[in-house]
Design a protein around this ligand. Structure first.
Ligand code: PXL
Length: 266
């Protein structure tokens, strides 16, 4: 009788398969856990663009969460694109009621193509009701700038922003350096007391669709496996680096990274 630890992603479907729910499921399984998924919206999407977003009705979102927690032993959860203040509310209410442990909040705001994935009024609600439940919040630089209400250009700015975001009540903040010209491969973890930096390797490719989703899902999977947070981040960063190194030139825009590069026998 085999069993796997179970992790949950609460996010939106990417019909193009590279980001969102699809990326999370692949990333979690590639990191050795069984992935459960609550879909909060559908995006009509390819590697070039998002043409339509459809929000799932709140009673269906609630039913998905209730039904999963009624059966599975969920040892880590991540949230991705949550789209509206209403969805932020219902998801936070449920996660609080089920006393989730190991919650990773990826505060997804805009797609790499510039599409709004979180309504402006939902950002404030997210900081108020979801961040206080979070073990970890994982903004990229543009998201950290919005959350911390400041421009970020240097590593000192990154530290200042992490401190400001930590004040919303989350336990830890990981600011991903990807958009920072000076140090795109350095991520900074802040636990309220000390800073830990994670250095990666720069890989020059346009095929990075879904990188943020995949990274936070990998961290969630490692937490579900019982790793401490710094180890979970380190392992997830190695995984994402390899997935980018093996990224796929498919579609006509920014292609996806390769979640299952380990099984690639080419
Ligand atoms: O990468 C952020 C993201 C998250 N979730 C969905 C997305 C995207 C970016 O395009 O489409 C569904």
């Amino acid at each position: 009788m085999a069993a796997l630890p179970q992790a949950l992603t609460i996010a939106a479907s990417d019909s193009g398969g590279g980001a969102g729910t699809q990326a999370d499921i692949k990333s979690m399984h590639a990191n050795g856990v069984y992935a459960l998924s609550v879909v909060i919206a559908l995006t009509a999407q390819n590697t070039k663009t998002i043409t339509k977003v459809y929000a799932i009705p709140r009673e269906i979102i609630s039913a998905q969460i209730d039904t999963l927690f009624d059966d599975f032993t969920i040892t880590a959860t991540k949230t991705g694109m949550l789209y509206s203040a209403d969805i932020v509310e219902i998801v936070s209410e449920k996660l609080r009621a089920f006393k989730v442990d190991n919650l990773v909040v990826d505060p997804v705001m805009i797609s790499s193509e510039g599409r709004e994935l979180l309504a402006p009024d939902a950002i404030l609600r997210m900081t108020q009701v979801l961040f206080p439940l979070a073990t970890l919040v994982t903004p990229n630089i543009p998201e950290a700038e919005v959350l911390a209400k400041m421009k970020i250009t240097t590593q000192d700015d990154v530290k200042e922003a992490a401190g400001r975001i930590h004040k919303f009540g989350c336990q830890n903040v990981l600011i991903k350096g990807g958009h920072l010209e000076l140090s795109p491969t350095t991520d900074l973890l802040y636990d309220g007391h000390s800073y830990t930096t994670f250095q990666g390797e720069f890989i020059d490719t346009p095929n990075t669709h879904g990188t943020g989703c995949t990274y936070s899902a990998a961290i969630t999977a490692q937490l579900a496996l019982g790793k401490c947070l710094p180890d979970a981040v380190m392992i997830a960063k190695c995984y994402i680096t390899e997935a980018i190194r093996h990224s796929l030139s498919i579609g006509h825009g920014n292609g996806p990274i390769h979640h299952f590069y380990r099984f690639d026998n080419i």
